[in-house]
Design a protein around this ligand. Structure first.
Ligand SMILES: NC(=O)c1ccc[n+]([C@@H]2O[C@H](COP(=O)([O-])OP(=O)(O)OC[C@H]3O[C@@H](n4cnc5c(N)ncnc54)[C@H](O)[C@@H]3O)[C@@H](O)[C@H]2O)c1
Length: 387
């Protein structure tokens, strides 16, 4: 067997995403064995020594650090994976780029468009390999949707609609800020559902249906004050609890998007639907291995919505997994992104979405927030190109 080229990974942040990315690196060699490069779990980093030591041992990292700056300074690190809250993405990725490290950054790219712009400028100037974890693109059924759209089977697209519904912040007793609840603190998160949930919907939407030109949005903050875990005092809530917006795509279609953390009964209901001249498709995270497809060209006596179980070897990514009829899960979208990133090291191609692509998504998020606060339509300024 030929020697693999090691890429030494530094994992910064070891919560939900730190674990799921680590799982991706660990699985790569087993399921993509022919790849030229292989990840080495070099160092894991979070702030509390006791916790990070235990994490490094459990997941098989060779070492640990409690300060991300020390990680960046290390010569034995090739790639930095940023899985920390949103307020740290800019500082860590800019430092990593200046140190010449490859960067894999969690979404949303940044808290604001301004931060994101600086990040893209520095990363592109440094010329380091980069990707942003908009992982839903790599769920096999979603990738199949991309193939169907690209094949022209839908014809002219009229409508794109997406929802991302949750219900975990309904209690007014829930504090904001600190571990686990940084998403409710605007200083740490940048925004609420817009950056957290709609950013995913926007990335998928532009990937499938092209650039979003302009938006008209409304946001609501249902619970106005929450105790902050840092100070222990009640503080104004600065995030959007819910957001809906409609928009124009550059292909002439209309878009309709909704995200909330107040839809009782829904835990993570991400759905999208596209209606074209000849056909429609729809997808639902809760039934993630199926793609619903309606083809008006079918013989009328059998015409209707078909439910494609995306488990065959000739469907995206599925030749890496089990046998037709058996399915994969949420974690596989991250394994696929690791695989595509490592493949891109061989090919020299970018691994989309790059920081530049994620910046375009950030433009839409910013336009959504600006539209809601000004109660007016906003141009996004998106320069989306097919990728
Ligand atoms: N792609 C997706 O589907 C997806 C899903 C969830 C979260 N995310 C994104 O991933 C990022 C992390 O989210 P999460 O759910 O894993 O959060 P989390 O709260 O579970 O974990 C955050 C981790 O960062 C560590 N941390 C915080 N500040 C740090 C610092 N200054 N230095 C070092 N470590 C620090 C914490 O100790 C913790 O280990 C966020 O940007 C979030 O938006 C993406």
């Amino acid at each position: 067997m030929s020697e693999k080229k090691p890429i030494r990974i530094a994992m910064i942040g070891t919560g939900l995403m730190g674990r799921i990315h680590t799982n991706g690196y660990k699985r790569l060699g087993d399921f993509f064995p022919e790849y030229e490069y292989r990840p080495v779990l070099q160092v894991a980093c979070s702030r509390r020594e006791e916790k990070i030591k235990a994490f490094a041992e459990q997941w098989g990292y060779a070492s640990y650090e409690t300060d991300w700056r020390k990680v960046i300074e290390r010569d034995d690190v090739d790639a930095v994976d940023i899985c920390t809250p949103n307020d740290t993405h800019a500082e860590i990725s800019i430092a990593a780029a200046k140190a010449g490290k490859m960067i894999l950054c969690e979404k949303p790219l940044a808290r604001t468009l301004e931060e994101a712009k600086e990040m893209v400028e520095v990363i592109e100037k440094a010329g380091v390999k980069n990707t942003v974890w908009y992982n839903y693109r790599r769920i096999p059924a979603v990738t199949l949707a991309k193939q169907i759209v690209a094949s022209g089977k839908l014809g002219k697209v009229f409508h794109y609609r997406a929802n991302f519904l949750q219900d975990w912040t309904i209690s007014p007793e829930l504090p904001q800020g600190g571990d686990a609840l940084w998403r409710l603190d605007v200083d740490a998160a940048g925004s609420g559902v817009t950056g957290d949930l709609l950013a995913h919907c926007i990335d998928t939407a532009m990937w499938l249906n092209g650039g979003i030109v302009d938006v008209s949005a409304v946001t609501e903050t249902f619970i106005k004050e929450r105790v902050h875990q840092g100070s222990g005092e009640k503080k104004k809530v600065g995030i959007d609890d819910a957001c809906t917006f409609h928009c124009h795509f550059d292909n002439g279609s209309l878009g309709l998007f909704e995200a909330t953390r107040y839809a009782r009964g829904h835990k993570a209901l991400y759905t999208f639907e596209i209606n074209g001249e000849y056909a429609s498709i729809r997808w639902d995270l809760h039934d993630m291995n199926r793609l619903e497809y309606f083809d008006h060209g079918d013989d009328s006596i059998v015409r209707g919505w078909r439910s494609i179980h995306v488990t065959d070897g000739d469907q995206p990514y599925m030749n890496r997994w089990w046998i037709p009829g058996t399915s994969v899960g949420y974690e596989h979208s991250f394994i696929h992104q690791v695989a595509d990133f490592f493949k891109s090291l061989e090919t020299g191609e970018p691994c989309h979405p790059t920081f530049r692509d994620a910046y375009e998504t950030q433009k839409v998020c910013q336009a959504v927030l600006d539209s809601a606060s000004s109660r007016s339509w906003k141009d996004t300024g998106v320069e989306w190109v097919e990728k």
